[in-house]
Design a protein around this ligand. Structure first.
Ligand SMILES: Cc1cc2nc3c(=O)[nH]c(=O)nc-3n(C[C@H](O)[C@H](O)[C@H](O)COP(=O)(O)OP(=O)(O)OC[C@H]3O[C@@H](n4cnc5c(N)ncnc54)[C@H](O)[C@@H]3O)c2cc1C
Length: 465
C-alpha cells in the first residue's frame, strides 16, 4: 500500500537530520508544495537546527560574540513554515521495505514509527575520535556542534592554564589554532601528516607550516598521538606521541570526519568506498525511487578526476539540500559534481585550493606539469601589497587546468574562485591567460597572480610538446 493512500492525497516527506542539507531540503520542498499537498516531518537528534558549524572557530576565538548569531533558522521558525521539526529525536531504524522510520525522543525515551512517501537522509558526518587512553578525559573537546563549542568555552572559562594542544592540522585544526591564539593560549598543533593542510601538496603545506611557526604556534608534524595523559584530578594534562609529550590544559580534536551512514547501511542502502551514500545526479539514493541523500553523508563526483570522493563541506550540503528539496517537492534539479574548492585561514594567512593535488593526478593516471609563482595581492608599489604563492597544475599536451593552490595574506584566498570557474568550464591554462580579470593597483598587480601562474604553466606545456 502506498502510504499516501492511508493519509488521503497528502504525501509525507520525512527528513533525517536537521542541519544544512536536511533543512535546506525541507525548506525548498515547502516552497514548492504547500502543507495541503505535502506534510514534512524532520527529525534532529541534537539541540540545534540550521546552525553554522563553520562559524564555531570564530565564535570560540571571540570574533563572533554570540552563539545565536550562528543559528540561521530556529526550530520555531521552521515550524512556522509548516515543517514539523522534532528536535532531540533520533531516528534509530530505517525500514525501507515498509517505508517508515523508528524515532526515539531522547528526553522522554518514547519511541514511535513514522511512515513516509519520500525520505531524505541528511545525517551528516561523525568526527573521528580514535579509541586512545584519555580521549574522554575532561578538557578534551571536539568542535562539531554548537554544544561542543559551548562545552569548550565552558572549559576555557574554568581553566587557569594557558596551553592548548590541537590534534590535527586540517582546516578545522588550523582554524582552531587561530581561535586559541586569539584567546591568548600557547598553541601546539600535533599532526600526523608530513605538513599541515593535507589538502595541499606538501610544498604548499610547508608554507603554511612556516607561517604558523612565525605566529608562535609550535608545529609537530609526522607525529601520531598515542595517548592523552591525565593528572590526579582526572583532567587532561598532556598529549603523548611515540617520541614526546606536549603539556596541555585543553586539547582540541580536529582529526577529520566520516560519513554518518550506519542507519542507511543497516537498511541496505548503497555506500561507496569512502563510506558515503551513493546517489545519482538528482541526489536520489541509487536504486531507490523515493529516497534522497545529501551533505556530509554522501560521496560526490569530482568533475576533474571523474572519481567519487567524500568532501564534507557546508557549501555542498546546502546545494544538495536545494536539489533534493526541488526533486522531493515535485520539480527537477540535478547536482553536477564538484571541483574540490576550499578556503580557510589561520590568523592573517589565507589558504585555498581547488582541483587536483599532484598525488590526486598521479592516482588517476593524469600526466601534468606544475608551476609555482610568487606574486603580490596588490600592485607592488601600493601600500600593504602582500606576498602570495600560487601553484598550478595543468595536463600535459592538452594544457587543461587540473588544480590550483594558493597560500598568502589578505586577498589570496578567494582568488581560488577564478580557478574554480576555469576548472568547471574545462579551460586550458593557455585560455586562462586571456581572462579579462579586473585590475586596479589596490586590488592586484596588472598581471593578477592567477594569470601569472597560467602564463607560466602554458609556457611549460608548450615547451613540453
Ligand atoms: C568547526 C567546523 C568548521 C567548518 N567550516 C566550514 C567552512 O568554513 N566551509 C564549509 O564549506 N564547511 C565547513 N564545515 C563543514 C560543514 O559544517 C558541514 O559540511 C555541514 O554542516 C554538513 O551539513 P550536513 O547537513 O550534511 O550535516 P550536519 O551539519 O552534520 O548535520 C547532520 C545533522 O543530522 C543529525 N543526525 C544525524 N543522525 C541522526 C539521526 N539518526 N536522527 C536524527 N538526527 C540525526 C545530526 O545531529 C546533525 O545535526 C565546518 C565544520 C566544522 C565542524
Amino acid at each position: 500500500m502506498n502510504m499516501s493512500d492511508a493519509r488521503g492525497a497528502r504525501e509525507r516527506l520525512v527528513v533525517i537530520g536537521g542541519d544544512a542539507a536536511g533543512m535546506s531540503a525541507a525548506s525548498q520542498a515547502r516552497r514548492l508544495k504547500g502543507p495541503d499537498e505535502l506534510e514534512i516531518v524532520a527529525f534532529e537528534r541534537g539541540h540545534f537546527t540550521s546552525f553554522s558549524a563553520c562559524g564555531i572557530p570564530y565564535w570560540v576565538g571571540g570574533d563572533v560574540p554570540d552563539r545565536e548569531l550562528l543559528i540561521a533558522r530556529t526550530a520555531e521558525e521552521h515550524r512556522a513554515r509548516d515543517i514539523d521539526l522534532r528536535m532531540r529525536t533520533e531516528v534509530t531504524e530505517l525500514d525501507v521495505d515498509r517505508g517508515r522510520v523508528r524515532a526515539r525522543d531522547l528526553d522522554s525515551g518514547a519511541e514511535s514509527w513514522t511512515s513516509y512517501d519520500k525520505l531524505v537522509i541528511a545525517t551528516g558526518a561523525r568526527p573521528i575520535r580514535p579509541e586512545l587512553p584519555g580521549m574522554d578525559a575532561p578538557g578534551v573537546h571536539g568542535v562539531q556542534t554548537l554544544d561542543d563549542g559551548q562545552a569548550l568555552l565552558d572549559t576555557l572559562s574554568r581553566t587557569r592554564g594557558r596551553r592548548a594542544v590541537v590534534v590535527g592540522a586540517g582546516y578545522i585544526g588550523v582554524e582552531m589554532a587561530e581561535a586559541m591564539i586569539n584567546r591568548g593560549y600557547e598553541v601546539t598543533v600535533v599532526n600526523r601528516g608530513r605538513e599541515p593542510m593535507a589538502t595541499l601538496d606538501p610544498d604548499m603545506g610547508l608554507l603554511v607550516h612556516r607561517a604558523m611557526e612565525g605566529m608562535g604556534i609550535t608545529m609537530v608534524n609526522d607525529a601520531e598521538v598515542t595517548r592523552l595523559l591525565t593528572g590526579d584530578d582526572g583532567r587532561v594534562r598532556a598529549v603523548a606521541t611515540r617520541d614526546a609529550e606536549y603539556p596541555a590544559d585543553v586539547v582540541i580534536l580536529g582529526i577529520g570526519v566520516r560519513p554518518e551512514t550506519a542507519l542507511a547501511r543497516t537498511a541496505g542502502l548503497p555506500v561507496g568506498e569512502h563510506g558515503g551514500l551513493l546517489t545519482d545526479r538528482s541526489m536520489r539514493v541509487r536504486g531507490s525511487e523515493n529516497i534522497w541523500a545529501g551533505g556530509d553523508c554522501v560521496e560526490v563526483l569530482d568533475l576533474v578526476s571523474g572519481q567519487l570522493r567524500h568532501i564534507p563541506l557546508g557549501t555542498h550540503a546546502n546545494k544538495h539540500g536545494q536539489i533534493i528539496g526541488a526533486n522531493a517537492g515535485g520539480g527537477y534539479a540535478t547536482f553536477p559534481g564538484v571541483v574540490g574548492t576550499a578556503v580557510s585561514k589561520v590568523c592573517d594567512l589565507e589558504i585555498a585550493r581547488t582541483g587536483l593535488r599532484e598525488k590526486d593526478a598521479h592516482r588517476v593516471g593524469l600526466r601534468f606539469e606544475s608551476v609555482t609563482i610568487e606574486s603580490t595581492s596588490r600592485a607592488g608599489y601600493y601600500p600593504n601589497a602582500s606576498p602570495m604563492t600560487v601553484k598550478m597544475l595543468a595536463e600535459l599536451r592538452t594544457g587543461r587546468l587540473l588544480g590550483v593552490q594558493i597560500v598568502g595574506r589578505e586577498g589570496a584566498g578567494k582568488r581560488v574562485d577564478i580557478a574554480a570557474v576555469a576548472l568547471t568550464a574545462g579551460m586550458t591554462v593557455d585560455r586562462m591567460t586571456a581572462l579579462d580579470l579586473g585590475y586596479a593597483p589596490p586590488f592586484s598587480p596588472v598581471w593578477d597572480p592567477i594569470l601569472v601562474a597560467a602564463r607560466k604553466a602554458a609556457a611549460k606545456i608548450r615547451a613540453s610538446m
